[in-house]
Design a protein around this ligand. Structure first.
Ligand SMILES: [Zn+2]
Length: 402
């Protein structure tokens, strides 16, 4: 065995132990050194050395809260949340959301920029990142990296946006472009997948080992995590449920096929259906809320009308729920998840869509377990994809990868 090899395996062991201790503090804080040694089965001196290193590097800190059983109060350790931060970005159809997240993944700052046009994508990203880094309140902060949730298909290994349907762009090298500009770690992932990752880490994932997150907004996408890791498929396409065919004679979808879930149940489809019916003379409270300007109709107006008891709006949202229910039943039979999380703009419609989704799954599920698959709304709400994007970097950090 060469000395190089020995040194290599020693370094590797040290980095694994360090990551084990750091993760235990993240998950179980406040926790004492003795308890970490007990739970990780590392020796107390090893734990002591790693903890000292982590305190010196300002990743963790000591607190003396907790109950003293006579004698000295025990010293506890927790993640230090005021030194290191991550930038998380959610790239939508018209806007880009930027957040600054701490080492817990909680956002401490956020703002949104309009995307003027598809060819301004990278410039808008750089404008937002630079604005954040240069802000006075973030001046003393150290940034560990930039995570991006991008709609469409993303090669997560190279950080290239392979196809972004809303922009109709191909092969944009986001990662290499930003790494060259900011000299920071950059990770890029599909936005529905980052939403799922965020929920799995600090949202409503509830430690589910097989979790599916569905993002219903301008488009419909899904992410699948298995034991906390996103499932990509062979070519990063896994989760593209927006283009699952629901109705062979349904409307034409932007992808060229007919009757895709997205063409029936995404935000623009709901608004389009409402406009079509109103133009044909349907009476609805929506018309009043939109000030008779049918172009203003969107999901939030339809939701408002439904809350006021407008029968047409309620039926429109219920029908959306039934379409989603069919898509989700297919997903349940294919993946058999422990739990499903629903996020994105359309999810704001609450029980107007959730009840018919559950009813459809109850009618169509193959077994009692399939019929009763738990479905909950996203906990992180509108920040979910951006928070999840920052988790791409947090995962890297807590796994001790450098
Ligand atoms: Zn389609």
């Amino acid at each position: 065995m060469s000395n190089d090899y020995k040194r290599g395996s020693f370094q590797l062991m040290k980095s694994i132990n360090r990551s084990t201790v750091l993760n235990m503090i993240r998950e179980k804080a406040p926790i004492s050194r003795a308890e970490i040694a007990k739970q990780t089965k590392l020796t107390p001196p090893t734990v002591g050395n790693i903890v000292k290193e982590l305190i010196d590097e300002q990743f963790i800190l000591e607190t003396t809260q907790g109950v003293s059983h006579g004698g000295r109060k025990p010293t506890f350790l927790e993640i230090r949340a005021d030194q290191f931060f991550i930038i998380g970005i959610d790239v939508g159809k018209f806007t880009m959301k930027f957040i600054v997240a701490n080492l817990h993944g909680f956002p401490v700052d956020r703002f949104t920029l309009e995307i003027p046009s598809a060819n301004q994508l990278l410039n808008t990203m750089k404008k937002g990142i630079s604005t954040l880094i240069e802000k006075e309140e973030h001046f003393h902060k150290r940034f560990l990296g930039i995570g991006i949730g991008m709609h469409g298909i993303v090669n997560t290994e190279t950080g290239v946006s392979l196809y972004a349907p809303f922009f109709d762009t191909y092969n944009i090298s986001i990662k290499s472009e930003l790494e060259a500009e900011y000299n920071m770690l950059v990770r890029v992932e599909n936005d529905a997948k980052t939403m799922t990752l965020g929920e799995s880490w600090i949202g409503n994932g509830n430690q589910a080992s097989k979790l599916v997150g569905i993002n219903v907004g301008h488009g419909i996408g899904a992410g699948i995590t298995i034991k906390g890791e996103l499932y990509q498929g062979e070519h990063f396409i896994a989760g593209e449920i927006g283009h699952m065919t629901i109705d062979l004679s349904g409307p034409l979808c932007s992808c060229g096929n007919y009757g895709c879930l997205q063409a029936l149940a995404a935000g623009p489809a709901i608004a389009e259906n409402a406009i079509k019916a109103l133009k044909a003379g349907k009476s609805s409270y929506i018309r009043e809320l939109a000030g008779d300007d049918l172009d203003r109709i969107d999901g939030s107006i339809i939701h408002k009308a439904a809350i006021q008891g407008d029968p047409f709006s309620i039926e429109l949202l219920n029908q959306t729920g039934r379409y989603l229910g069919i898509g989700i039943t297919n997903l349940i039979h294919m993946i058999n998840p422990e739990r499903i999380i629903l996020g994105g703009g359309v999810a704001q419609s609450g029980n107007f869509i959730l009840d018919p989704i559950k009813e459809t799954i109850k009618n169509r599920g193959l077994t009692e377990e399939a019929k009763n698959t738990p479905i909950v709304f996203s906990k992180l709400g509108k920040d979910a994809s951006a928070i999840g994007a920052s988790v791409l970097i947090l995962k890297h950090f807590y796994q001790g990868l450098r």
